[in-house]
Design a binder for this molecule. Sequence first.
Ligand code: GTP
Ligand code: MG
Length: 150
Amino acid sequence: SEQTFIAVKPDGVQRGLVGDIISRFEKRGYKLAAIKLVTASKEHLEKHYADLKEKPFFPGLIAYMGSGPICAMVWEGRDAVKTGRVILGATNPLASTPGTIRGDYAIDVGRNVCHGSDAVESAQKEIALWFDKSEINTWKQASHDWVYEK
Ligand code: GTP
Ligand code: MG
């Protein structure tokens, strides 16, 4: 089943939003496959955001993401990548609808609380960057058959 990389950024951790963000994915029916708190190095974050290295905001983004611990997670389930992005809301929080994480908790694009993979291929790359294979759990969710018809 599809997996996505979701992270609570340092502002979300500092603001005490980790539990709420986990809860939204849990309540939706997604399955948590991996989770850890990690303070990422500059080198690691430059790999994670390699596609953005020419952007003017890149140095600020790397500093922000390295400013404290991040809660890194892998969530699994049907359409997890696309639906994960819907749960997060738009990149710019002021364009995010209320009911999304960013639409409920953020204002500034440079402090937008959470990250989610933007495609299945980037999800696979990000999961491999942030987690060792041994950290990814395979388990049957007791609620599975109540979440999915089949
Ligand atoms: P992520 O889930 O973090 O990857 O966000 P995204 O996929 O919605 O947006 P994108 O990958 O294009 O940008 C990555 C991150 O860079 C965003 O989440 C923002 O934190 C930051 N960012 C994007 N655009 C801007 C900008 O115009 N200014 C600033 N200061 N930061 C930006
Ligand atoms: Mg992105």
